[in-house]
Write a new protein. Sequence first.
Length: 236
Amino acid sequence: MTSREPQAPRLARLAALIADETRAACLLALLDGRAWTAGELARHAGVAPSTLSEHLGKLVAGGLLAEERQGRHRYVRLADTRTAQLVEDLVAQVSPGARPTPRSLREAGAHSAMARARTCYDHLAGRLGIALTDALTGRGLLRQDTGFALTDAGLGWFAAAGIPLERTGRRPLARACLDWTERRPHLAGVAGAALCRHALETGWCVRIGSERAVKVTAAGERAFLDLLGVEAGSLR
């Protein structure tokens, strides 16, 4: 029996691409927004380079990853922001309300760091992302009543803070992204990406470990307090 729904085959192929633990591990790792080498992903996924190469070929052919070569190295990244949104939304839907008990102190520390502050592809997530989103909303810079939207005051705040908003393409200026640890939406879209990029470039936040976790620096604590009234205690 053949489906009469023309999109059914495409959806089935997409689901099949993701429905593999090794490929899923690669997609989750690449949510940090950076390009990884095939060797790095192989070590992360715990498989042989030859096995990983086969999986990457399928993900690239399926349009979920983009690749480029520099010398002997093959780099891959998520194809675009829509792919990142798809992966993050799936994680939010399948993550249970209660996290599984960590098997070691190292795993417990990694889970804690990710819940505290992390990147969600190109924007900030975890308690940090929620704190900043709440602060923007509380100050009338961001509206959430009819979907996420920056107010005129919000546009002025980004300009005054020296955070340019690259309003090109079809990507929304502000978008809600469900946070899978906090179970609440945080700021994504052009504004979310700009804020995250600025925080990393200015040293307000620094990446820690090999996961997507980030840490708010002392300079970041001062900046978030001065600009948005976010207390340092909520960032730790």
